[in-house]
Design a protein around this ligand. Structure first.
Ligand code: FE
Length: 626
């Protein structure tokens, strides 16, 4: 909470947005008394002298108790915007199908799961299974959203529209006083960041009143300015321990440790999507809060502002800049412009090396390890799109020993949004001219003009190569008819995992091809995709789930086999695993059972997805200086 009100250092009331509130005599007495627990508590306030709430309906302040009126709106199925600590949330009754559906329609968010806030641990237990460790995180001061497995015998149910078809639910407990006042113990509310699609969470009152007018039936505002927006953090417990999916409120800007202390401060720009940046000071790495997808103009502005703020706040002027190898990333362009403007050296760091270096930095491992980086995409040293990489790496350098075999992306970037493009390529390879006969349902569902796409891909036109593991998940999901279009990033992979979890039988390893003669070596998954696709249109739901499971098991087996080969060749027995694909808990679980001979390192403090890239970039640059 402190971070959200602070304008500068030192942390004294005049430099916070509490400066606008003058303490009443009673609060002042507490603040001045060394024996009082509120002694020198900078934001000390009470109902007499502190911030207050108002309820805005149709642009007008509603009369009466704003909290009681807000509760009534939610109870009646309405949608409420609530100003909290780091920004605005949209809330509604999570047990009301109609309310949640309305919220989705108004927010234009069709598919992605929504987080829910439960009034008590008891209410959480009615919905989900909760381990001791998950409970500790839910009730911790950081109070993140914790992804929990839904109970199949749920005594209580969230509306299906909260997380359609999903086996997990993102749950958090009240973490601000206003939440405690709003939610009764058995309440269950959707509590999702209020933003206009793709933009950062809304935190300014005027923007909220203007921007949320068509979405919320009422807006509960307080009159304390939020200086910095902060999103809710998201984490989950996996077979490999804690995984931070989004690192924000409660975690950032608390520094992560760096194994290499340096006088020289480094500013690392991070990736482009799920962006965070990282500023170093000695052995501290200030990995920023989740900034978001820089392709949105408002997010890019927030990126630049937050960098400036961190430099001011931590009193650090970077002397060295680091950026991703991708020339078109907006973070790279920002760093380039800055390097030119300020005459600073700029170091480019390969994306998957950064993923692995982040894990090494976190575990303070200085030696070479085998790194497996599986994600959607990252710019490769050969200009191709990488994403299924086996590296021998230490913090300073890497060697690419193996990767998933290159496949063309029909239509380039659009193939990531439209997995059917990848599936079409596989089916055409299998059936050629007979494709319409052999996969009639698939062919009916895809747009006309597909012949052109097949021809262009065969000719290498607008069909860049990728070794991405993420795209293999996409292709598998599309071939099994689970997801042909990604409305949000990772949707196909999430769908495939959920389908696999419904399997009744054990998974089997499908045949893949290992090309050990090439340098680097390659794992070819085309035979796996063909096996999935074969007769897929006639499968029962149960058989389909079995095949989805087979895909996961096969991916785990292939990674484990490659690691064994590489361990024999290099003598390295430590494996660092990172990249967004490892957010797939089923894959991770299965892989870990196969890596008994290895010391396995996983990211726990920084996200495995691109939210951890900046931390890795900083580690690489500092290690190279050594
Ligand atoms: Fe990545």
């Amino acid at each position: 909470p402190r971070y959200s009100i602070i304008r500068g250092v030192p942390y004294d009331r005049p430099l916070t947005s509490m400066a606008a509130f003058r303490m009443c005599p009673a609060c002042q007495r507490e603040y001045d008394d060394p024996a009082d627990r509120r002694f020198h508590a900078q934001p000390n306030a009470c109902a007499v002298c502190g911030p207050s709430y108002r309820l805005i309906v149709d642009g007008q302040e509603a009369a009466g108790d704003p909290l009681a009126a807000a509760r009534r709106i939610v109870a009646d199925g309405g949608i409420l915007a609530v100003k909290g600590i780091g920004g605005y949330h949209l809330a509604c009754d999570a047990r009301s199908e109609a309310a949640v559906t309305r919220l989705r329609q108004r927010k234009r968010r069709e598919a992605k799961a929504l987080a829910v806030m439960a009034g008590s641990m008891e209410t959480v237990r009615g919905l989900c299974t909760v381990s001791d460790e998950e409970e500790r995180w839910l009730t911790s001061p950081a109070a993140p959203i914790v992804l929990l497995a839904r109970r199949t015998d749920a005594r209580d149910a969230a509306a299906e529209a909260v997380a359609p078809g999903n086996a997990y639910l993102g749950v958090l407990l009240p973490y601000a006083p206003v939440h405690l006042l709003l939610l009764a113990e058995d309440d269950l509310w959707v509590m999702t960041s209020a933003n206009l699609s793709g933009e950062p969470i809304i935190y300014e009152d005027e923007v909220a009143v203007r921007g949320l007018a068509g979405i919320a039936d009422a807006i509960l505002v307080h009159n304390r300015e939020i200086v910095h927006r902060v999103d809710d953090s998201v984490l989950r417990m996996t077979a490999g321990g804690r995984q931070i999916v989004r690192r924000s409120r409660g975690f950032a800007p608390t520094p992560l440790a760096l194994p290499l202390g340096r006088e020289t401060a480094v500013l690392a720009g991070g990736a482009e999507l799920k962006n965070t940046f990282c500023l170093t000071r000695g052995r501290e790495a200030f990995l920023s809060e989740h900034i978001g997808d820089l392709v949105e103009h408002a997010v890019l502005r927030s990126y630049e502002e937050t960098i400036a703020h961190y430099e001011h706040f931590f009193e650090v002027r970077p002397a060295l800049l680091a950026a991703d190898l991708h020339p078109a990333y907006l973070s790279t362009q920002y760093m380039r412009a800055r390097a030119a403007r300020e005459g600073l050296p700029l170091v480019s760091v390969q994306h998957h090396h950064a993923h692995i270096a982040a894990v090494l930095a976190e575990h303070d491992v200085r030696e070479r390890v085998l790194g497996v980086a599986l994600d959607g995409t990252g710019y490769g040293a050969d200009g191709a799109s990488w994403g299924g990489e086996f590296l021998a790496a230490d913090m300073a350098d890497y060697e690419r020993l193996a990767h998933f075999a290159y496949i063309p992306l029909p239509g380039g970037d659009r193939a990531a949004k439209e997995p059917w493009r990848l599936a079409l390529r596989v089916l055409h390879t299998m059936y050629g001219e007979e494709i319409a006969l052999r996969a009639p349902k698939f062919m009916e569902e895809i747009p006309a003009g597909w012949q052109l796409l097949v021809q262009a891909t065969a000719a290498g036109v607008n069909a860049p190569l990728t070794s991405s593991a993420g795209r293999l998940f996409d292709a598998a999901a599309a071939l099994l008819g689970i997801c042909r279009e990604n409305v949000y990033e990772g949707q196909a992979a999430i769908g495939l995992e959920l389908c696999a979890r419904r399997a009744w039988r054990a998974g089997v390893v499908l045949p893949y091809r290992m090309n050990c003669a090439s340098v680097p070596m390659a794992v070819d998954f085309l035979p796996v995709l063909c096996a999935l696709a074969d007769g897929a249109e006639r499968l029962t739901a149960e058989e389909r789930a079995g095949r989805a499971l087979d895909f996961h098991v096969t991916m785990a087996a292939a990674v484990a086999e490659m690691l064994d080969i590489l361990a024999t060749r290099t003598g390295l027995r430590t494996a660092a695993l990172s990249g967004g694909v490892f957010q797939n808990a089923l894959l991770l679980e299965n892989l870990l059972t196969r890596l008994g001979d290895f010391r396995v390192l996983l990211p726990h403090n920084a996200p495995p997805n691109d939210g951890g890239i900046a931390y890795g970039q900083a580690a690489v640059v500092l290690a190279r200086m050594e």
